[in-house]
Ligand binder design. Structure first.
Ligand code: PMP
Length: 406
């Protein structure tokens, strides 16, 4: 397990609520930030702040360099072959919308099929649904089995000449399942089908390598990997980015402007109109450095151990059902559950009184909750700053909630 002193890097974990110290188990919603990330952002504002690209003076060159280095750092972190394939966005939601409306809406036509996964986040369903509505393409829903896993036999059955695009998440934000992205990409590639992967819940947990995964698009959010809010990434193969339409128009993305016609800059600038989020990019680069220092393999092992422990302890609680696979090796570090007869908001509220932060509701996966015939669920998510003590406090808190509410 990762040493407990990691907690010291996260100032917010010193907060108390009444006499209870915070137990932060809501990382799947957003991750806490280490001093190293907060420091990198302050350092940027204290020493480098100026607008990028446009300045000849040293300060602006330095800021431009920081922005460029952040892009290169992201590219190396996810195994992209070229940093020009990294487009900064404000997060996964924007990245997926860009793929949908700057690419897919022009790529599919009436009768084509787009496959989405029934367990996925609304951000990875709704943009494709709108594209289907606009183009006459059909949305085909890939189900998950009773274990919360994707059955490759069903994938094979759904694939046909009509399918042009598959959108799936790398790991589910409710079931925790790590989906077989590599295998799906392999099947898709043979049939010339493009694959977009929502990596929001995978990038902080697994060593992601877009080249070896074999996908065509990969998206993630900075705030879900210890970085700041408001910065995210869209990675796509260069030849696809070259075909994508700009999303916003204005300064920073043009080559020439003329009242008859304007022309666009090369990628990635073509997709980053206006003043970019330099602070966000700098913070994201610092988050990546922090993760690299700990090592993604160590992070994954830590989470697996903590998740296995949580799954074992939660399974001992009567009337509690765990959503998703029961094998920690098949999951990232989150566990969602329901307790028969008790609303998830009530559980979360009792836990909050104990200083324990968990999420309750549908976690932006309404179709999944409808399929499971549950109105909501409680989700506890773990990261490097959590340990078994936190899991024990969660378990005690749930028992207390059951006593009070049951
Ligand atoms: N996809 C998944 C799997 C998520 O967990 C989330 C965030 N809950 C999103 C997409 C949307 O991320 P963001 O709000 O950072 O755009």
């Amino acid at each position: 397990m990762i040493e407990n002193k990691i907690k010291e890097d996260f100032p917010i974990l010193n907060r108390t609520f009444g006499k209870n110290k915070i137990v932060y188990l809501d990382s799947a919603a957003t991750y806490q930030k280490p001093r190293q990330v907060i420091g990198a952002i302050s350092n940027y504002y204290e020493n480098y702040n100026s607008n990028v690209h446009r300045g000849i003076y040293t300060l602006s060159e330095e800021a431009t360099n920081l922005y460029k280095t952040a892009r290169e750092k992201v590219a190396t972190f996810i195994g992209a072959t070229n940093s020009s394939e990294i487009i900064f966005t404000k997060g996964v939601t924007e990245s997926l919308n860009r793929i949908a409306f700057s690419f897919l809406a022009q790529y599919v036509t009436k009768g084509d099929e787009i496959i989405v996964v029934e367990a996925d986040h609304h951000s990875n369903i709704v943009p494709w649904q709108i594209v289907a509505e606009k183009t006459g393409a059909k949305l085909v829903v890939l189900p998950v089995d009773a274990n919360g896993e994707i059955d490759l036999k069903i994938v094979k059955r759904l694939l046909s000449d009509k399918v042009k695009f598959i959108a799936l998440s790398h790991t589910s934000n409710v079931l925790g399942t790590i989906f077989p992205v590599k295998e799906i990409c392999k099947l898709a590639r043979k049939m010339g089908i493009l694959v977009s992967v929502d990596g929001a819940q995978a990038v902080p947990h697994l060593q992601v390598d877009v080249s070896s995964l074999g996908c065509d698009f990969y998206s993630f959010s900075g705030h879900k990997m210890l970085g700041p809010m408001g910065i995210g990434v869209l990675w796509a193969k260069k030849e696809l980015l070259e075909k994508m339409l700009p999303y916003e128009y204005g300064g920073g993305m043009i080559k020439t402007v003329d009242f008859k016609e304007s022309t666009w800059d090369d990628i990635p600038s073509r997709f980053e109109a206006g003043t970019p989020n330099v602070e966000g990019a700098v913070g994201l680069a610092a988050a990546i450095s922090y993760l690299e220092e700990i090592g993604m393999a160590n992070i994954q092992a830590h989470e697996e151990e903590l998740t296995a422990y949580a799954l074992t302890e939660l399974a001992k609680i009567s009337k509690l059902s765990i959503l998703g696979p029961l094998d920690a090796k098949k999951r990232c570090g989150l566990v969602s559950f329901v307790i028969a007869g008790i609303h998830s908001h009530d559980i979360a509220s009792v836990l909050s009184d104990l200083g324990i932060c968990v999420r309750s509701g549908q976690h932006c996966t309404m179709p999944l909750h409808v399929k499971l015939c549950i109105s909501s669920s409680t989700r506890a998510s773990f990261y490097i700053y959590n340990d078994k003590k936190d899991v024990n406090l969660l378990i005690d808190g749930i028992k207390k909630a059951k006593e009070i509410l049951g």
